[in-house]
Write a protein that binds this ligand. Structure first.
Ligand SMILES: [Zn+2]
Length: 328
């Protein structure tokens, strides 16, 4: 799996390939975009392309460096994410990075650090990271990943070259799901809840409540129950956080419905809801579902730009009605 197998992110890939082709790598890149669109996968493939001893602007997948990175066994590549127990990136993790960067690379010119989930940096970790970004050693290549760029302070984002990742279009999403190599950045319910910073039982209860709302809403939309749907939209007026959570769950639930069409034996994100999702899946076809996922991802980004959640939500519901209505 090299860079050329990543779908739907032509702009990001062009940017990274140009940097490789001209040997003009920045010290820090910020991969920003919705969850589940391939940021982490791209970061790992980019780390390989940087390290590869055969190819210049991609990874060969077969040289020692490429294989070591695939096996998570390369001394000059560190891949760090919030650890499962704390669901935050702690200052100790940033210190590990700083310590590694204080030495020379062992096997190549650069030390590549992949830091996933940067929206989960604690304030002390943010300050520590900022120090590294202010005076990065010449051999440092930091790849910071986030699906919440606005959650990061400007002091961090302004010191990185932005690599924007887009919501996946329906065609690409379908190919990836059919190929069954969707990057499971947020693969399972438990991982996703952990990544969302859910540690207390109250937070987990709230997330499950948001999921059951999204599930009910999806059923209402598929059954064309306009009254119930618009009542729900009105309740979301001014509630940005709730609206974000609802859209996140809608994306995952719609992907599950697609999965039930294209690869029904595969585990779902919400596998525990399978008996309820199967009859819903039978009522819709794949194309409108794929469009819905893309639309929800786009709207999710609009929410970050201070647009009224109720409007965003009503737009989603209307478009969903049009898409699903089209098939009958
Ligand atoms: Zn290689």
């Amino acid at each position: 799996m090299a860079l050329d197998r990543i779908l739907g992110q032509e702009h990001a890939l062009r940017l990274l390939r140009n940097a490789l082709a001209h040997s003009r790598l920045a010290h820090a890149y910020l991969f920003a975009g919705p969850p589940g669109v391939g940021k982490h996968l791209t970061a790992r493939q980019f780390a390989k392309a940087v390290s590869c001893s055969v190819e210049a602007t991609d990874a060969c997948d077969t040289c020692t460096a490429c294989r070591k990175i695939d096996a998570d066994n390369h001394p000059d590549v560190l891949d760090i994410a919030p650890d499962g127990t704390s669901t935050a990136i702690r200052i100790e993790q940033i210190r590990t990075i700083q310590q590694r960067l204080s030495y020379r690379p062992y096997e190549q010119d650069r030390i590549v650090i992949i830091l996933d989930g940067c929206e989960l940096l604690t304030p002390p970790a943010t300050n520590a990271l900022l120090k590294t970004l202010e005076e990065p050693p010449g051999h440092a290549l930091l790849l910071l990943l986030t699906h919440h760029k606005t959650a990061l302070p400007l002091t961090i984002t302004s010191r990185c070259q932005l690599v924007p990742f887009r919501a996946l279009g329906p065609a690409h999403l379908r190919t990836i799901l059919e190929r069954q190599d969707l990057e499971h950045e947020d693969a399972t319910l438990s991982v996703m809840m952990a990544r969302g910073g859910l540690t207390t039982s109250e937070q987990i209860t709230a997330a499950l409540e948001a999921r059951s709302q999204a599930h009910a809403l999806l059923a209402e939309m598929i059954q064309n129950n306009a009254q119930a749907v618009f009542l729900r939209a009105r309740q979301l007026a001014g509630k940005r956080d709730q609206c974000e959570a609802l859209l996140d769950w809608l994306i995952l639930l719609c992907r599950d419905l697609v999965m039930l069409h294209v690869a029904p034996s595969r585990p779902l994100y919400n596998d525990d809801l399978r008996p309820d999702l199967e009859p819903l899946a039978r009522r819709v076809t794949v194309d409108p579902l794929l469009e819905t996922c893309t639309l929800a991802e786009q709207l999710r980004q609009y929410l970050g730009m201070n647009i009224n959640p109720q409007l965003v939500f009503e737009r989603f519901v209307m478009r969903f009605g049009q898409l699903v209505g089209q098939q009958g």
